[in-house]
Design a protein around this ligand. Structure first.
Ligand code: GLU
Length: 443
């Protein structure tokens, strides 16, 4: 059976580079195995989920090159979640609890004071029907906990190998809140099972959830999917990324002019067995990623690496790939190819090309560093047409006339022609500047 993977963000914020990691690891896994990719919006939190964020998730994934094969929304599947909760109740695996947060907190402190692990003591399980009725008469509404089997749940993890969670050391998790709404745990199991998800690839912050969720899959009689838990991207000092941190959101990176391939390479290859390098295509990236080789240490990344990766990609981009973007920067179509080949090696981002287009088309504030050389250059300016050989022929004429050579020759010419002391190879740039503008700048 072809794998079905899923990425399941809640639409409560913009995706950041840390979210790109599970999104991409799932998409690449599907690509490598001929599987399909489901985008599931975990939007059961009605207060914090918004349509704006939901739409943004789709756009940001598309920007990364991920086109989901299937879509689902948890908010549209409430009847399925209710049915599963009902079945768990009937099985005696979902039981009502009436403790307030304060009462739970006091109990926890008492346990800790006695050196006991702060695990829910299941007091609610021994309430009689009369006691429950009395609590409800007080106006209390129950929340519902899943009764865990106190056993070790183990699985073969795609990333971590043999993995296990000792459920005897966990509190029975709350699946349903007092207001009847669900926490993430149960809907995720129901949707994964009923939508046919075969592989759950997600961050290692979900390892404990997996122990619990495997028990829920089993209790409901669903097949248990394969799990893989990857390390999380962290900043260099080990700090986790959060949706609330606007920086490093995929949109801000896109607006800053980074290539999606640079972001993909950093998000995926950091903390993998492969060195972080610029990989242009998704297939190529899919071929490099082996979940089993992903490190267990946190995937520390340096956002500055994005510049290096981006520059590498831009230096290799063929003119066809940037035609529209150059037009957007005001580069005329007939000059675009020649211009791109002349400047791309000097760029970090595609948009930086606008600086060099200004150098070509002007206005340029020429800098005169050596009046003698500039005057000789103006006098020896060759006739058009100009091509890649023009610069060499011209500068040797200036050299013959002035005796200047090397930097003493080239730098005054560069400063006069471009107003800058650095930039693309002038043999490539000069034909674009053209005779008329060059002559003006040498005045
Ligand atoms: N909505 C959950 C989250 O964003 C999904 C976790 C999962 O992949 O199961 O953390």
């Amino acid at each position: 059976m072809a794998p079905l993977v899923r990425f399941a963000p809640s639409p409560t914020g913009y995706l950041h580079i840390g979210n790109a990691r599970p999104a991409l690891l799932n998409a690449l896994y599907a690509r490598a195995t001929g599987g399909r990719f489901l985008l599931r919006l975990d939007d059961t939190d009605r207060e914090r989920s918004t349509e704006t964020f939901a739409a943004a998730i789709g756009e940001d994934l598309a920007w990364l090159g991920i086109v989901p094969d299937l879509h689902a929304r948890q908010s549209e599947r409430a009847d399925r979640h209710d049915a599963a909760a009902e079945r768990l109740r009937a099985l005696g695996r979902l039981y009502p609890c009436y403790e307030t947060p304060d009462e739970l907190e006091r109990r926890r402190k008492r346990q800790l004071g006695r050196g006991l692990p702060p695990i829910y003591d299941r007091a609610a399980l021994s309430l009689t029907a009369e006691q429950r009725a009395a609590l409800e008469a007080e106006g209390r509404r129950p929340h519902w906990r899943f009764k865990l089997d106190h056993r070790i749940v183990s699985w073969h993890d795609l990333v971590r190998g043999e993995a296990h969670v000792d459920c005897a050391s966990l509190s029975d998790p709350v699946l349903v809140r007092a207001d009847g709404s669900y926490l993430y745990t149960l809907p995720s199991v129901v949707d994964d099972a009923e939508l046919g998800v075969t592989h759950v690839i997600r961050g290692e912050d979900h390892v404990t959830n997996t122990g619990v969720q495997v028990q829920i899959f089993e209790a409901l009689g669903y097949p248990v999917p394969v799990f893989g838990h990857h390390n999380l991207l962290t900043t260099a000092d080990g700090e986790g990324l959060s949706k609330r941190l606007g920086h490093l959101s995929l949109r801000s990176l896109r607006e800053a002019g980074y290539e999606p391939a640079a972001v993909r390479s950093l998000a995926v290859l950091t903390g993998s067995a492969e060195s972080v390098r610029a990989v242009a295509g998704l297939d190529e990236l899919a071929a490099l990623v082996d979940l089993a080789q992903i490190s267990r240490a946190p995937a520390k990344f340096d956002p500055h690496e994005l510049d290096t990766l981006n520059a590498r990609l831009v230096h290799e981009m063929p003119p066809e790939a940037v035609r529209d973007r150059l037009a957007g920067l005001g580069v005329p179509p007939d000059a675009a190819e020649q211009f791109w080949l002349a400047v791309r090696a000097n760029l970090v981002k595609v948009d930086d090309a606008s600086t060099w287009w200004r150098v070509v088309a002007g206005p340029v504030e020429p800098v005169s560093a050596d009046a003698g050389i500039v005057a000789a250059a103006a006098e020896t300016l060759p006739p058009e047409p100009w091509g890649p050989e023009t610069w060499k022929a011209w500068t040797s004429a200036v050299k013959d006339r002035t005796g200047a050579k090397g930097k003493a020759l080239f730098m005054p010419l560069r400063l006069a022609l471009t107003g800058l002391d650095h930039g693309p190879d002038l043999s490539a740039l000069l034909p674009l500047i053209g005779r008329e503008r060059a002559a003006q700048r040498l005045q």
